[in-house]
Ligand binder design. Structure first.
Ligand code: SF4
Length: 80
């Protein structure tokens, strides 16, 4: 079963959700700065990766960064 207890400690709980779905690069940086101060950013990132969430900033990573991580992990899995 998926563990989502970490969400109770999410720094973004009191922040409007649309902050994490920015429409430009500046917005991405704002969201990432909030994530940088979040105690559960690692859990958040792994959640977004495992659930294949394509949109928004999760765990301090943009959509593009998460796509890169997924690609690198796939590559590593093939090479192992
Ligand atoms: S890492 Fe960012 S999006 Fe994830 S829970 Fe923390 S503040 Fe929210």
């Amino acid at each position: 079963m998926l563990n989502t207890l970490w969400m109770e400690r999410a720094r973004c709980q009191e922040i409007p959700p649309n902050t994490f779905f920015p429409s430009d690069g500046l917005g991405v940086e704002v969201a990432k700065a909030i994530c940088a101060e979040c105690a559960v950013s690692g859990n958040c990132l792994e959640y977004a990766l495992s659930q294949r969430i394509d949109h928004g900033v999760w765990g301090g990573c943009s959509e593009r960064q998460r796509r890169r991580i997924r690609r690198e992990r796939r590559r590593s899995a093939v090479a192992a």
